[in-house]
Design a protein around this ligand. Sequence first.
Ligand SMILES: [Zn+2]
Length: 283
Amino acid sequence: MKITFWGVRGSIPAPGPETARYGGNTLCIELRTAAGELVIIDAGTGLAQLGNMLLPTAFGKGEGEAAIMLSHAHMDHIQGFPFFAPIYIPGNRFKIFGRERAPGRLEAIFEGQMNPHFSPVHSLKNLGASFEFEALRESISSEAYGLTVRCLTVPHGSTNALAFRFEEAGRTLCVATDAGYPEGSLPDEVIRFFRGADVLVHDCTYTPEDQAERRNRGFSSIAEAAGVASRAGVGELVMIHYDQDYSDDQVDVLRERCRAFLDEEGGQEIGLTASAEGMILEV
Ligand SMILES: [Zn+2]
């Protein structure tokens, strides 16, 4: 698997000179399977640039096909969708996977975002591409584009989000973009879910101090991300979903401190990367 980061910021885009190194777009990760199939994880504003990059490929000719897997439908995870150029080209096909709730709910969320109050497009039906919506069921392995995909519901403020576990040819990538664990306890089921992953991309929204004041927002601190990574024995922790108010220099400090937390937790062998827009990682 190869992953490319197109948006690594949480909650709201944060453009400007202070955030240019890590980037200001919200969550979007491109996952390519060994066969070159495309699985997009989250549709934040980074998706717009991924779309532009896809135009010279089959997607520009209406011959593209991809999966979009959504951790949840908060705005920082869906807002890039109306600006994803391949959806306007007839012939392209997208399968959108999300958390299981009431039937049709996932499609209704996307349809709602195209409502004339929010978008001149009015409806998904006015897009050229075709869409299929599918609920991901927790604890059931799905096969998608040659990958084995499992998901787990993790707490996220007053709601939940999905964490993903992708496996291909003996390699494992876990992704948990938004995870707000109960204070002082990292759930065993979460540790089990991430166990032995080669790469864990994990919510690192806050310093522990900022998180203490904003726990109800449902995000992880770097200390929690380091704790989860150490206990699960992952190969590498990749930080993501930085608070919109953190400058690049503050994210540098976040990374240094996260390294120290990993070492304290017995995770000296665990690699640590702070994701940034444009970064490519082989899993
Ligand atoms: Zn988010």
